[in-house]
Write a protein that binds this ligand. Structure first.
Ligand code: VG1
Ligand code: CO
Length: 544
């Protein structure tokens, strides 16, 4: 088999965002576009020759073609072995698990996560390093820099590999192992949770659940886990068949895009637990019967109840949350006397803390939670964690959440997204906020007084690396906060995210709708940032 060296020209737009390189499918379909980025990954890694690479994706349109291309490029670049998900299916957490178990030098995950799929949707490439986690900024910057000067890439001339069933193949001197990634993932979950207790709960006849896989990657994992292994009835998993266009939906597990699940959990005869996953399976939304669990609260509740779960009952080293995530987990950490860290948005910032043993649990307000079992957020892991807590406490989700607030107080929280707004105007909005910093402290906004305003900057406590401009914060003297950020995952214009938080210690005042509890802060955010003027929108696209 011939190794071809193909001449190419660089593309100026291959800078990865919050989580990998995401573009419209049509951009990835340009001649050499995917190849350039993949070769840039190989060119910037050391010593991978002869070693193992993990490869797969969330099943979206272009996944299979991209896998065939990458396999031939890996063979031409001297990779020893590629472990590839059967049918191309590999969730992000399963990829992280396989990288770690097989001492792979890294993994390539083909996903644009929550962005819509199909020929007119988005595609994406994430590169994970040998710890199983997303490549940190220095690695993605090196890949981008290489992509700007690239003029050739290598590819093996070979026929496509059959990905339809498990098997072993040779591509030149490289081995391709097509594997069912559900198995290693299930084994890892069995080592962390009390499967017998969860099995009893799910077969007791008194507890029902509904898992919405949103026609994305978690379907096969969820069916094997909940319906086959844990005894839940067939039909527990809905939208369980991965589809190239996610059935036309938007695989983002929130109250707007997972509306089918929301209707079931807020309808008549609702089940006791509902959960939805995103495109690549690393995020989760947890619902109770007529009850929404805010993801920031989910992290805090998981932290407070970790002693009930076998894999965590030895105690937690610490907990980390992204800056815009509410401070609910901080209160639990203080109570437990464990470390608490605040990082920028994106899972890559948790990797060092986990590797250094400083934290056990991590979470983001964007429906992401995870632990040191892998180096990614993990949607089904979070569902199992909740099931284990419910089984151990014999309480409903609502009871668990409200008693948590009684103990720790409630951090009212909401995120408001303005999607696909005009990019220049969104940047103008942010610049205006930044230029107002000097006059902010001491200023009265409604009944609130500004304590500080800044652009969040993070110094990694492990390697000292600095990440600047990670979100504009306005903090008030009573501990309330408003945070403004521009998304780093969108592909159309800019997405403005506005995060609001206040704290209510009084148990008698904890049952308000967060939109009502936060109404004053929402108005202040609108005024101070002139959101309507700059976005041209009357209201957000998504409210969480
Ligand atoms: C969003 C979320 C962030 C998450 C990221 C990747 O980023 O806010 O918390 O880590 O998506 O998640 P942004 O920059 O759009 O706010 V995933 O599940 O897309 O890999
Ligand atoms: Co995701």
């Amino acid at each position: 088999m011939n190794i071809l060296t193909v001449s190419t020209q660089s593309f100026s737009d291959q800078k990865p965002g919050t989580s990998g390189l995401r573009k419209a499918v049509s951009v990835f379909q340009q001649l050499h576009y995917l190849e350039n980025f993949i070769q840039s990954i190989f060119d910037t890694q050391d010593g991978y020759e002869g070693k193992t690479l993990v490869l797969g994706g969330d099943g979206r349109y272009y996944n299979r073609q991209a896998i065939q291309t990458i396999l031939k490029m890996a063979a031409a670049n001297g990779v020893g072995q590629v472990l590839v998900g059967c049918k191309g299916i590999l969730s992000t957490p399963a990829a992280s698990c396989m990288i770690r178990e097989n001492q792979a030098f890294g993994g390539i995950i083909l996903s644009a996560s929550h962005n819509p799929g199909g020929p007119k949707g988005d595609f994406g490439v994430k590169f994970n390093i040998s710890n199983g986690g997303p490549a940190p900024a220095d690695v993605t910057e090196a890949i981008f820099a290489r992509s700007q000067t690239i003029d050739t890439y290598k590819q093996l001339e070979a026929a496509d590999v059959n990905l339809d069933s498990p098997g072993s193949f040779k591509l030149g001197s490289m081995t391709v192992e097509v594997i069912d990634s559900v198995k290693p993932y299930m084994k890892l979950m069995e080592s962390l949770f009390d499967f017998d207790q969860i099995h009893q709960l799910l077969t007791s006849g008194t507890f029902r659940m509904c898992i919405d896989s949103m026609h994305a990657v978690t379907g096969p994992y969820a069916r094997a886990m909940f319906e086959q292994r844990l005894g839940a009835p067939a039909g527990t998993v809905i939208a369980g068949e991965p589809l190239e266009d996610f059935g036309g939906g938007h695989p983002d597990p929130n109250l707007v895009y997972a509306h089918e699940l929301v209707e079931i959990l807020f309808g008549d005869n609702a089940p006791d637990l509902g959960a939805a996953s995103d495109g690549d399976g690393d995020r989760n939304m947890i619902l109770g019967n007529h009850f929404f669990v805010n993801p920031s609260d989910s992290l805090a509740i998981i932290t407070a109840n970790a002693h009930l779960v076998p894999g965590y009952k030895q105690g937690l080293a610490g907990v980390a949350r992204s800056m815009p995530t509410s401070q609910a987990a901080d209160r639990v950490a203080k109570h437990l006397g464990i470390g608490c860290y605040e990082t920028p948005t994106g899972w890559k910032f948790f990797g060092n803390l986990l590797d250094a043993g400083k934290v056990t649990l991590c979470g983001e307000e964007s429906f992401g939670t995870g632990s040191n079992h892998i180096r990614e957020k993990d949607g089904l892991w979070a569902v199992l964690f909740w099931l284990n807590i419910i089984a151990a406490r014999s309480e409903s989700i609502e009871q668990i959440a409200t008693s948590h607030w009684q103990t720790y107080g409630r951090n009212y929280y909401s995120r408001r997204d303005y999607e696909a707004v005009e990019s220049d105007r969104a940047h103008e909005l942010m610049d205006r906020l930044r230029s107002a910093f000097p006059e902010m402290p001491g200023k009265k906004l409604g009944s609130y007084e500004v304590e500080y305003s800044d652009d969040f900057s993070y110094t990694d406590p492990v390697d000292g690396s600095v990440a600047e401009s990670q979100g504009v914060r306005i903090g008030f003297t009573d501990g309330s906060r408003i945070v403004f950020r521009l998304s780093g995952t969108g592909t159309k214009g800019a997405t403005l995210r506005v995060y609001l938080e206040s704290y209510e210690p009084d148990g008698a005042k904890q049952n308000l709708d967060p939109q009502i509890a936060l109404a004053d802060l929402i108005q202040i955010a609108d005024e101070v940032a002139q959101i309507k003027t700059f976005t041209g929108r009357d209201k957000p696209t998504v409210i969480t």
